[in-house]
Design a protein. Structure first.
Length: 207
């Protein structure tokens, strides 16, 4: 194989490796830990309040940690040049994941993939927090047996993405085949605390 081909293959391998890391970190480091450790605390805070996203400083620390593990191992396996390409592929995929995840909550779908990604991820949030860990791909969920077909997703109005509901709090007609909304658009202090407790127990929020 040519040097260029090796570099390309290493870059693709890094991106594919990220999808496995995305699944494993989301499932085991974030949910299974139930609030033990920074990654789990940050993620479950997001489940309790879907408008909360970890600050950029913590995401950069996560990327640095990924690099510190991936690069030395890849160097041992394939040399520094391929390790650099592999790590760049992984970090690029990680960055795209961060954008894709945020957009599931903040922007409406534009195509069939976007429609799937939002239904699958919102089912994870509001129906089954211990299912559908892959945000960008269902592959590892299907391999591990943790994938649910979302069906019609019931979304608590207080947690609904801004793109989903109209001014009266009803699901917009273009999304009515995929979602239903229940409950109030605001939460009491007691309700917000219940959401936090449920999130750290990996329980879907009440509607």
């Amino acid at each position: 194989m040519t040097r260029r081909g090796s570099i390309t293959l290493a870059t693709v391998a890094g991106a594919v490796s990220w999808t496995a890391a995305e699944y494993g970190l989301h499932r085991f480091a974030m949910h299974e830990m139930r609030g033990r450790g920074l990654a789990s605390v940050e993620h479950l805070k997001h489940h309790a309040d879907v408008t909360y996203f970890s600050p950029a400083s913590k995401k950069l620390a996560s990327a640095a940690g990924t690099t510190a593990v991936a690069f030395p191992l890849a160097s041992l396996a394939a040399g520094r040049r391929c390790a650099t390409a592999y790590t760049c592929g992984m970090l690029t995929a990680y960055g795209l994941y961060e954008v894709a995840h945020r957009r599931t909550h903040t922007h409406p779908p534009r195509n069939d993939y976007g429609r799937w990604a939002r239904r699958s991820h919102l089912h994870h949030h509001f129906g089954a927090p211990m299912r559908n860990f892959g945000v960008t791909s269902p592959v590892w969920d299907r391999i591990a047996g943790t994938y649910d077909e979302p069906g019609v997703v019931t979304v608590p109005r207080r947690m609904a993405p801004s793109w989903l509901l109209d001014a009266s709090g009803e699901v917009r007609p273009e999304y009515a085949a995929d979602y239903r909304a229940r409950g109030s658009r605001s939460a009491s202090p007691e309700g917000a605390e219940r959401d936090r407790v449920d999130a750290f127990k990996n329980v879907a929020p009440s509607v």
